[in-house]
Design a protein around this ligand. Sequence first.
Ligand code: PLP
Length: 400
Amino acid sequence: GLDSIGMAPAEPNVEVSEAFGADRNEMKVELGLGAYRTEDLQPYVLNVVKKAEKLMLERGENKEYLPIEGLGAFNKATAELLFGADNAVIQQQRVATVQGISGTGSLRLAAALIHSHFPTSQILISSPTWGNHKNILNDAGVAWSEYRYYDPLTVALDFQGMISDIKAAPEGCFVLLHGCAHNPTGIDPTPAQWQIIADVIEEKKHIPLFDVVYQGYASGSVEADASSVRLFAARGMELLVAQSYSKNMGLYAERIGAINVVCSSPDSAQRVKSQLKRLARGMYSNPPVHGARIVTNIVGNSDLFSEWEEELRMMAGRIKSVRKKLYECLSAKDKSGKDWSFFVKHIGMYSYAGLNEAQRERMRKKWHVYMTKDGRMALTGVSQAKCEYLADAFIDSYHN
Ligand code: PLP
């Protein structure tokens, strides 16, 4: 009976936030976050989101079901934001876009599509990657293997390792790539490295699956953060792109995102879209409307769009300024000559600091600084005011 069901493993992030919550020390720092925080370390609702919601109330829109593929105007807006409205893939109607349950649900649809149409294919994922990628792929029955990505010695990209692992895989794999602001490391390939990655993927007839969660939130520019995806699209390659508005619009709980599949012809795109809809139907019938309307109102209105870009620059700018301050404190205080510059070289809200388990334990026990077991740190949990203290904690924990 049901009594035979055992306990599922605990979600690692939950342990961190519970331990942080229970800590009564006032100097404590939470680096296990999955969301943006203001300089006062409070959650943030974008002004532009409040404006879009006000518009929606005024219009008195109803709550009838959306079509299976989601809100049509949202699907158009989200694909155009990703690729650029004048992109050939859009102009030629080669993109199948279906609204998804945020980034996770859109990836889940992509995985279901891979499982049903390429049952013997495997997908290559970076080592390390966002923890949930493995859950999503396992649950969908998609086999995965890892390519090298992070070099602990340099706290930077193991580019040679990445390229040789993608080359060594059998032809026709899927390759999961983070569009920008790699989670958990904060390490992205350079534009020149992206070209080489695209060369190898093309040569091997692999199909990329991009995970794009931080468009605009990494660099502050929606164009710059989409450049990896656009580079692949410009080569005429087939590709899949999952999008999320959790971080870049702060719509975490609205669960709004999309899966875009770039095909070789409009006809192929229509067939792919029909299959995505069939898969969505059996999983959740049709997606929620509220977040889709918010995004559509913002992306589709030039005034709100410019205001959103300003808020993106503000959020990305705060993270960059914390990175800079932390690095300056570390360089001024650490007399050992250790190079802490990776903090300013990494991009987005996460960084790997290359701490081992004992060092992380010391950060937690002695300094009340909480990070996930894998050593990922969310810089959104840091304010300018905390940088001095955090630098002391790093230096003490690193060298002892
Ligand atoms: N992919 C990556 C790399 C992420 O970092 C996240 C969120 O942290 C997601 C996907 C999915 O987030 P959501 O399902 O909230 O859009």
